[in-house]
Write a protein that binds this ligand. Sequence first.
Ligand code: AKB
Length: 317
Amino acid sequence: MKESILVIGAKGQIGSELVEELRRQNGESNVIATDIKMPSPEFLSSGPFYQLDVLDFPQVLEIIRKHNVKQVYLLAALLSATAEQKIKSAWRLNMEGLLGTLELAREEKFKLFWPSSIAVFGPNTPRENTPQFTVTEPSTVYGISKLAGERWCEYYFQKFNVDVRSLRYPGLIGYKTEPGGGTTDYAVHIFHEAIRSHKYESFLSEHTELPMMYMHDALKATIGIMNADAKQVKIRSSYNVAAMSFTPAQLADEIRKHIPDFKITYKPDVRQQYADSWPKSIDDSCARTDWKWHAEYDLCRMTEDMLVHIQAMVQHH
Ligand code: AKB
């Protein structure tokens, strides 16, 4: 029987692009997409889909057996800002979702990808060029769930030999789907507003520097670590990965190179606190050495690509 790949949380910011790329690389029918929400008819016609709550483990198991699933990408989660609003359901989804899937991986012996985040770091972490191994004292519910998740991943690898692989994503920027409920989301919204109205009100202050990555690179890192030889994946908690760092003011300057009358204003809200507890830049030398990771997009190239694609989408509709 053919082997297949399962993506849980396939309608989210990463999932929707990852499914497309995995289907391109492996064939449409070999990538099973699931999400708690029903997707568009267009998405439904692009390959196999199940409406699924990740916490419904019997159903997850049924799909895994039915399709001979050998790789799972577990992307169902609540992001930082939403998690602060819904402490308990965030913990339940982010933590029980992972633990249950690790248990299934132990029994069914599939390879598992699980996303961690720069949110595992906290106010006591060195903020510039944050090392792989350093203080991790997160101050958000989301960060606590990601840190606990990293420890569970390493535990299941060491105790039960579960082949789990993980990345600490920075803020992710893409044009195909918008993020929901995160702190780094401004760096996506700003492009849509720049094209629509030539102005944007940022919910993070002018000089808030955060690590970011273009979706192209996020997919490359994700599929890259999953395809790496098991021996190369030496860290089984989660790898630092980096691409670029910028502030809202720097991003606005870059956008102005293409839209000269673009205006940005600042009205920091509660998300400022979360951003202030996270690193400004990340040292990803372990990922570079162990499985030969490197990013391709910097601020200049990412901005150009985002604007071209969003412009084209606007003209299309
Ligand atoms: C968020 O802002 O919550 C996420 C993240 C950095 O993990 N994008």
